[in-house]
Ligand binder design. Structure first.
Ligand code: ARG
Length: 264
């Protein structure tokens, strides 16, 4: 009998701690977790035929929301609006294959990283561009506006870019790839996993072996909501430790195919 009482007391204490921890953060709408994203970035976020959303970020965000006892709401918009939307308090977090940069850190706080991103170059199969250095020979490069790919490519030659006049910004990656297919640009610089998806979906394109820039993806949260940042980060770390994040990534990215490609 005595044992039971102790167990009950402990149980009650645990419930109280959880409630207390949950009460510490606030979200845009009670009971919901609003995720700002640009769902044109496979396999991280994309739309489904029935108007829903899927992808690595969408599923990790869903698992985080579940851990926090919240319902995930995906807020789809242009990539360039995602950070400002969180800053303006319209969304709770940005999850959009979002690269951590020093400049963005001035505007939002980031969680731990959950994935590596690599900027790669897509060219037509018969292109004379063989390495990233060949992009410097007066080539036109297509990028998605507001992305790190655009930021790096449009930078000055001294800073490792190709100059603003050599870069065209498109609303999304698919449109940049369309411009490449129709010969409006000579190459597209974009994150490697979306690049693979676009190359698979279109005939006659290939990805160069040389990588342009390696970066980290993380979740962005308002600087005014450190409690939410901590709650999201704790949930993320738990999901990384228990293998959930790996399982979600494995569902969308075929690791075996990557290994085969690497040993070819
Ligand atoms: N990683 C790049 C960046 O942060 C591109 C992200 C684009 N994401 C998207 N959902 N369209 O700038």
């Amino acid at each position: 009998m005595k044992k039971n009482v102790i167990a009950l007391t402990l149980g009650a204490a645990m419930v109280m701690t959880i409630t207390a921890a949950a009460a510490e953060f606030s979200t845009v709408e009670e009971g919901k977790l609003y995720m700002a994203t640009n769902a044109a970035f496979p396999p991280y976020e994309m739309t489904t035929d029935d108007g829903g959303f899927e992808g690595i970020d969408v599923e990790i965000a869903g698992a985080i929301a579940e851990k926090l006892g919240l319902e995930l709401v995906v807020d789809d918009m242009e990539f360039g609006s995602t950070i400002t939307s969180v800053q303006a308090g319209k969304d709770d977090m940005v999850m959009a294959g979002l690269t951590v940069t020093e400049e963005r850190k001035q505007n939002i706080d980031f969680t731990n990283s959950y994935s590596t991103g690599v900027q790669v170059v897509i060219v037509p199969e018969d292109s004379d561009i063989e390495t990233v250095d060949d992009l410097a020979d007066d080539k036109m490069i297509g990028c998605q506006e507001g992305t790190t790919g655009y930021i790096y490519c449009s930078d000055t030659v001294e800073n490792g870019g190709y100059g603003e006049d050599h870069v065209v910004a498109y609303t999304n990656g698919a449109m940049a790839v369309q411009a490449l297919l129709t010969g409006k640009v000579d190459a597209v610089v974009i994150d490697s996993n979306p690049a693979k998806a676009f190359v698979e979906a279109n005939e006659g394109l290939k990805i160069l072996d040389t990588e342009y820039v390696v970066e980290d993806y993380a979740i962005g949260v308002s600087k005014e909501n450190p409690e939410l940042l901590e709650a999201i980060n704790n949930a993320l770390v738990e999901l990384q430790e228990d293998g959930t994040v790996d399982a979600i990534v494995g569902k969308y990215i075929n690791a075996d195919a990557d290994e085969e490609a690497a040993t070819e």
